[in-house]
Design a protein around this ligand. Structure first.
Ligand code: HEM
Length: 424
């Protein structure tokens, strides 16, 4: 029999409040203090194991050992995720549903997405020229709502832009919020689902005809393994699984603008000789700034890892933020340094996949890694080009600090830009 050791254990009958109080730093603080890749705690009334680092990521994405069904907590299901979506599926059911997402992400379609982001940035900038200042985070949300509805085949009348933006934003800003913001998130999820259910119904009845390559079409006609169409609610959850996170790229947009301001030396390199520098810059933004803190899975069986005994049916949490700042993977992890990605475009993908886990790790098709990673990166590339070479602006005095407790977080001021003008 393998000799096992006990997990370092955090005292307390329920430590969920500490997660809310410490946000992104809850897991890394403890993993560092315990000098361990894993520790035991109690979350949502049950025993849970929290892990971090490259080896932990490799374990977390081993599908023979973990499942997702039953792992997402109720507050996240009621706001961010919805019920019955791809995130909650396992095995063949997951693969079949995930394929529909991956089919949307062809090279051509990603370029269509990039062009739409560019188009709506220009549309917005025309309005920015007429104002003294803009709240860049809020403006980004609207740009991305317009772009993704267009990309996904979802009609968006001009009069509804603010309303739909608010609904989609409410879903991703609220899962870990307390009080009224969380309640509003639940209402936004309900209203958002009924908006999309209605559209899917129209598609199925032939009243609305989105193009075949769009998410609205694909999810309206997706068939489960038993040959049946998705029920209306689940199909709406999956269309929202495209719309909501695409609007959430607004958070990365804001961090992109912040990093250009914080690290002005980057600008010269972006216009320099290295054709990979833009990509390296974006990777570093995704590694350096906090966004998706962690994710949870459930053990399928008993097993031993690093001499720790894992028991079947235990919740296990992988620390994404801490892994992106793990000094064993990253030299000087708290330094913003795009050059650290210099050789990444030639690295074997398996190696890369367990190190930078901003949008999850592992395999896109078999596992739960984010299918929107390329769309995210392309949108950020387009934005960087736009902010550096298409417009000029000034950044006034403001509070650009961001909370490490509030999840998700953005600069406190929302990134105010002044005197926006077109170049040339
Ligand atoms: C805004 C930046 C984004 C971040 C930080 C992000 C992050 C993540 C993370 C952490 C996961 C879970 C990975 C795991 O469970 O192992 C995920 C899954 C997912 N993401 Fe993203 N994502 C982003 C953008 C997008 C976009 C643009 C789309 C769609 C166009 C998208 C669609 C999804 C879907 C459908 C899943 C579930 C995949 C599955 O369960 O198999 N995400 N994302």
């Amino acid at each position: 029999m393998t000799q096992t050791k006990p997990f370092p254990k955090e005292e307390g009958l329920e430590n969920g409040l500490k997660v809310l109080r410490e946000g992104y730093m809850y897991a890394p603080n403890r993993l560092k203090a315990y000098q361990s890749d894993a520790f035991e705690t109690r979350l949502l009334g049950d025993k849970a194991i929290v892990m971090g680092g490259e080896e932990a990521a490799r374990l977390f994405y081993d599908e023979e050992k973990f499942k997702r069904n039953g792992a997402a907590p109720e507050p996240a299901m009621a706001t961010l995720l919805g019920k019955g979506g791809v995130q909650t599926l396992d095995d063949e059911d997951h693969r079949n549903r995930k394929k529909s997402f991956m089919d949307l992400m062809s090279r051509e379609r990603i370029e269509v997405w990039a062009k739409l982001v560019e188009k709506y940035l220009h549309v917005a900038a025309k309005e920015w020229l007429t104002k003294d200042s803009i709240h860049f985070y809020d403006e980004s949300k609207k740009v991305l709502t317009r772009a993704v509805c267009d990309w996904a085949g979802v009609p968006l009348p001009e009069k509804d832009v603010d309303k739909r933006t608010k609904q989609l934003v409410g879903m991703f800003e609220s899962p870990m919020a307390v009080s009224h913001k969380h309640v509003e998130g639940r209402i936004n999820r309900m209203n958002g689902e009924s908006w999309i259910k209605d559209l899917i119904q129209q598609v199925r009845e032939g009243e609305l005809k989105p193009k075949e390559e769009t998410a609205l079409y694909q999810m309206s006609w997706h068939r489960e393994l038993d040959g049946e169409l998705l029920d209306l609610k689940t199909a709406a959850v999956e269309v929202l699984n495209i719309l909501r996170p695409s609007v959430a790229i607004a958070i990365y947009f804001t961090f992109t603008a912040l990093s250009l301001h914080q690290f002005p030396e980057v600008k010269a390199k972006l216009n320099g000789d290295n054709p990979y520098y833009l990509h390296m810059f974006i990777q570093e933004i995704r590694r350096y700034y906090p966004f998706f803190p962690f994710n949870a899975a459930i053990t399928r069986k008993d097993f031993v890892w690093q001499d720790y005994q894992f028991e079947k049916d235990t919740m296990v949490v992988l620390d994404f933020y801490g892994t992106n700042h793990d000094y064993r993977i990253w030299d000087n992890p708290d330094k913003f340094d795009p050059e650290r990605f210099t050789n990444w475009h030639t690295s074997p993908s398996d190696e890369v996949q367990m190190k930078l886990v901003a949008q999850g790790g592992g395999d896109y098709y078999k596992g739960h890694r984010c299918p929107g990673e390329w769309n995210t990166i392309r949108a950020m590339e387009v934005l960087t080009e736009f902010l550096t070479n298409k417009i000029t602006y000034t950044v006034p005095e403001q509070d650009l600090g961001y909370s490490m407790v509030q999840v998700p977080t953005v600069p406190k001021s929302g990134m105010i830009l002044e005197n926006v003008d077109y170049i040339g």
